[in-house]
Design a protein around this ligand. Structure first.
Ligand SMILES: NC(=O)c1ccc[n+]([C@@H]2O[C@H](COP(=O)([O-])OP(=O)(O)OC[C@H]3O[C@@H](n4cnc5c(N)ncnc54)[C@H](O)[C@@H]3O)[C@@H](O)[C@H]2O)c1
Length: 234
């Protein structure tokens, strides 16, 4: 990873944010992380304890330690000190728009703001950014990012090329292969269940979370379009 990046802000510790945290720690980075859900701090600690042995087997970078993260109630005061942001908050356009504007306002002007968004182009959530929307891009992982070595870097039309290049360089130790091995092992149903966080209700959770966006994607496919409405699925 780029040597100038030492501290990552991870916004949100749900399915994806907690896995990013594990990955960044395993690569020897320091992480400042935040999530407003009351039990998020203890859940993240338990998750990291559970996943670190796997990452140790895969090989840790020099200086990597599970203790190199700080869970904070309010990340605002830490934002001026981070070297990159990985945003993993809920997949809601207005929510992300406000959040990305705040991140733009509080981070140093040349710090990459990468969103994990699966379905919202970053061009749609930069409109309230006042400082430097040209450093905003999508850094889309495949679940779980600490085990699947693939990240899609997707700039919006005004993203400065230098930030796309820096993001590619940053993710380079993670970007090594495609999805084939994982999909061969888990198959499409388990992949979607894991995407909803695992557990009995998680396929429903994934649909609630991503179906509105997926409906939009399939509109692009014209006659192949699929109707995800409750009436159609009943
Ligand atoms: N689940 C997947 O398979 C998957 C895969 C790739 C990318 N993504 C993308 O990752 C992002 C997160 O998805 P997820 O599946 O982890 O969702 P999730 O619902 O599991 O996690 C979202 C987290 O954000 C937290 N949050 C809410 N408001 C916040 C705030 N103001 N600041 C910080 N955290 C806040 C929530 O408490 C929750 O823990 C989405 O943009 C999604 O499109 C998801």
């Amino acid at each position: 990873m780029t040597t100038s990046i030492q501290t990552v802000a991870v916004i949100g510790t749900g399915v994806i944010g907690s896995s990013w945290t594990a990955l960044f720690l395993s690569r020897g980075l320091h992480v400042i992380v935040s999530d407003p859900v009351p039990d998020a701090k203890s859940k993240l600690a338990a998750y990291l304890q559970k996943e670190m042995p796997t990452l140790e087997k895969m090989g840790l970078a020099d200086g990597a330690s599970i203790s190199n993260y700080k869970f904070v109630e309010n990340i605002d005061e830490h934002l001026p000190h981070v070297d990159i942001v990985q945003e993993n908050a809920p997949e809601k356009l207005e929510f992300k728009r406000k959040l990305i504007a705040k991140l733009d306002a509080r981070t140093r002007e040349d710090v990459i703001i990468a969103s994990s968004s699966s379905s919202i182009p970053s061009s749609q959530f930069i409109s309230d950014c006042q400082r430097n929307p040209n450093r905003v891009l999508i850094g889309h992982p495949f679940n779980p990012p600490h085990l699947i070595p693939l990240v899609e870097v997707v700039p919006h039309p005004q993203t400065d090329e230098k930030y796309s290049q820096q993001a590619m360089e940053f993710y380079h130790t993670t970007v090594a292969a495609g999805l084939g091995l994982r999909w061969a092992l888990t198959g499409p149903f388990m992949t979607n269940i894991l995407g909803g966080g695992g557990g009995k209700t998680s396929f429903k959770k994934l649909l609630e979370h991503l179906a509105p966006a997926a409906q939009g994607w399939t509109k692009d496919m014209n006659e192949h379009s699929f109707d995800y409405s409750e009436e159609s699925l009943a």
